[in-house]
Each structure stands twice: as structure tokens, then as C-alpha cells.
Write a protein that binds this ligand. Structure first.
Ligand SMILES: NCc1[nH]cc(CCC(=O)O)c1CC(=O)O
Length: 309
């Protein structure tokens, strides 16, 4: 009997996601056996430091990728938004399952919506993308850093440190926290991170047996959308430490429509562009180039300089 070794982070959300993938694969290949390998990543070890200050790129995936190279594991389940725009040599995304809700959500004291938060409200997030967009919409809001896994962040809200916090709907949904959401933020206010709400199952490019297994879980419309978003991210050379967002949807005839965003961390400058096309890579590049033509390159360069200090 074939046994697959599966890499995962140890967080509650990561384990839920990995078990979800393994359960789907067991339905498709009842004769197969799966063993989970929990891997502690650098990102998990430095939860008390703002991610943007430690060079966030790939912080949650590096050790897991090493275990793929070492053949200690055959595939690994990641949140797609934690993955750098470019995969290391020899590794591929073998499957992208159907995306769940890509939106950001507000969790607040007394269930208040963003518009109902008091003047000068304190909102917790360590994401430059979320902070920039919140301040663009409500310049009076004070952003404070908020790190940790979902449980930690929700506890800090309950302890009264914040008027509200921003999280991804996807994580809450998968971990069944959904009763606590105060508002789903429209993508017009908070454009999601590239790949938000999607999972990526990574494996070795030459491992045809694993690729064949994983292919059954691949959702083509999600792959098209996420490929456009990642092409946009790649063109802008962005990681999770820059205020970049993108969201693509698939319409009739596999027409992809994508909005891309670059903002300054204070939200005072916002560059957005929306375009449609059928080639996801070309569309990502096209939207990125439209933002660069508006002046987004200077904002990105400024953020990178600040991160280096
Ligand atoms: N930044 C960490 C992270 N990476 C993936 C998710 C869950 C959402 C997803 O799978 O897209 C989260 C939590 C969050 O942003 O609230």
C-alpha cells in the first residue's frame, strides 16, 4: 500500500487545512495511506516580532520545502497567501483546491461595522495591506500591531485591547469561528491578499505519482484566478511585507477579471487598476504595469527602504 508523507505547519489552522486535504484525497484514493509530519517554521518561532521587520517572504514555507527536497515528505499543504511569488527550483504547486471566501473580516466589540466604529477607534492588524486600506477608508482609525495565531488575536480583542481586529474570513471559516464576524469587508474597501482563501499543495516537480494524486483536487477556475494574482505579485516583486492586494474572478468563457492594488502604508496613496483577459500571466503583468505607470513603483521602493532600516 502506497504511503504518502504530508508536511504541515503545527498551528491549529494548518492542521485543520491539512486534514481537510487528506480527507478529500482518501475519498479519491481509498487504498492510500497518509502520515502527517508537523514542521515548526521560522514564522511560527518569531510570533512576537512584526513580520514585515523580519523579511516575511516565505517565512512559513522554507523548512517545509526543505523536507520536500529531503524526501522526508511527498507533499505539503500551505495557505496560498503565505507562499512567495516564485517557487524554488524543482518544486511545483500540484493542486489548488477550490477557494473559499477571500474577503477580510472585521471582528469588533459589540459587533460594530467599520462605519459604526467610534472616532479614533483602535484596530489591530500587522498587515500593511489591511492597515493601508483601512486608513484610506477611515483616516481617523488608529492601527496597532497584532500578531499571533487566530486564537491569540481573538483573545486580545476579548481582553479589550482593541475596538476591532481584521482577519481573513477563510481562516475563521475553516476553523469554524464564523459566529463572531462583525462585518465582511467588501473587496472595494479591503482588497484581499494575493491567493487569500486558497490552499496550495506543493510537491516535487518530478514526482509524477504524487502529481497524479493531487491533480484530482485541483480546481481550474481557482488556479486561473490565483495564477493571475501571483503573476501580478511577481511583476511587482512583492512579498507579504508590502501593501499589495489582488483579487481575480472567473466569468463566462474563462474570462479573468482582476483588480490589483498598491498602497502606501499610511493609506494616503492608493493605486488600483482592473482589467480582463484570458491569459492569467499576461493579465497579472498588465495590471502591475498599469499601477507602475500610475507611480506605484516609488511607493513600493519606499516601503522596501523602510523595511531595511
Ligand atoms: N497571515 C496569516 C494567514 N495566512 C493564511 C491565513 C488564513 C486565510 C487564508 O487561508 O487565506 C492567515 C490568517 C489571516 O490572515 O487572518
Amino acid at each position: 500500500m502506497k504511503k504518502w508523507n504530508v508536511g504541515t505547519r503545527r498551528s491549529r489552522l494548518a492542521l485543520i487545512q491539512t486534514n481537510w486535504v487528506v480527507d478529500r484525497l482518501k475519498e479519491m484514493a481509498p487504498e492510500a495511506d497518509f502520515a502527517l509530519h508537523e514542521i515548526v517554521t521560522k514564522g511560527d518561532r518569531i510570533l512576537d516580532v512584526t513580520l514585515s521587520k523580519v523579511g516575511g517572504k516565505g517565512l512559513f514555507v522554507k523548512e517545509i520545502e526543505q523536507s520536500l527536497y529531503d524526501k522526508e515528505t511527498d507533499f505539503a499543504v500551505h495557505s496560498l497567501k503565505d507562499m512567495p511569488a516564485e517557487l524554488p527550483e524543482g518544486l511545483v504547486i500540484g493542486a489548488i483546491p477550490k477557494r473559499v471566501d477571500p474577503r477580510d473580516v472585521l471582528l469588533s466589540k459589540d459587533g460594530k461595522t467599520l462605519d459604526a466604529l467610534p472616532e479614533g477607534a483602535i484596530v489591530g492588524t500587522s498587515s500593511l495591506r489591511r492597515a493601508a486600506q483601512l486608513m484610506a477608508y477611515r483616516p481617523d482609525i488608529q492601527i496597532e500591531s497584532l500578531r499571533g495565531n487566530i486564537d491569540t488575536r481573538m483573545r486580545k480583542l476579548a481582553e479589550g485591547n482593541f475596538d476591532g481586529i481584521i482577519l481573513a474570513a477563510a481562516g475563521l471559516e475553516r476553523a469554524s469561528f464564523d459566529g463572531t464576524i462583525s462585518q465582511y469587508l467588501p473587496v472595494e474597501i479591503s482588497l484581499p491578499a494575493v491567493g487569500q482563501g486558497a490552499l496550495a499543495i506543493e510537491c516535487r516537480a518530478d514526482d509524477t505519482e504524487t502529481l497524479e494524486l493531487l491533480r484530482q483536487l485541483d480546481h481550474q477556475p481557482t488556479r486561473l484566478a490565483v495564477t493571475a494574482e501571483r503573476s501580478f505579485l511577481h511583476k511587482l516583486q512583492g512579498g507579504c511585507q508590502v501593501p499589495i492586494g489582488a483579487y481575480a474572478t472567473i466569468g463566462e468563457g474563462d474570462l479573468i477579471t482582476m483588480t490589483g492594488m498598491v498602497g502606501s502604508p499610511d493609506g494616503k496613496q492608493m493605486f488600483k487598476n482592473t482589467a480582463s483577459g484570458t491569459d492569467p500571466v499576461a493579465l497579472g503583468i498588465q495590471v502591475a504595469e498599469a499601477l507602475l505607470a500610475q507611480g506605484a513603483g516609488e511607493v513600493l521602493a519606499q516601503v522596501l527602504r523602510e523595511n531595511e532600516q
